[in-house]
Write a protein that binds this ligand. Sequence first.
Ligand code: FEO
Length: 168
Amino acid sequence: MISDNLLTKLNEQITHEFYSAHYYLAMAAYFMKEDLDGFANFFIVQAEEERFHAMKFFGFINDQGREAVITGFKDPKRDFKSAEEIFSLALEHEKLVTSLINDLMSLAQEEKHYPSISFLQWFIDEQVEEEAGMNKLLSKVQRVGEKGHGILMLDKELAARTFTPAAE
Ligand code: FEO
């Protein structure tokens, strides 16, 4: 049985993941406004991934016989200034999510709740990918700059991203 303390933290993670989806949609809106539809597509797909993450927590809590709690959250930032700013913020955000997942894993281990440990391992691995992906794109954007041919090539590359839920 999941303790009330662990349940509260797992439920909070649902909110963090839905907030991440909103944050990335706000970033997609900036790129749409800038006519960089490939970058916008990247963040729309990223938002779908975050919703998928939230639903994994939702499903796990229900599978454990407890009730998932859906709450609201603050407005995400808007008024972004550049692609570089956005990827810096996205990387910073993924690092925050990594620390939240790590804290959840520590709590599950403290409580010796093995189903949660097994469930959370997927997210530990996922966060390695999430941070690496944002880091790579931040480097690429810094290399090509905000204007010119390079950014359009990158936009074309990012237009190809599609949402494929990761395997269990
Ligand atoms: Fe749900 Fe991007 O971490």
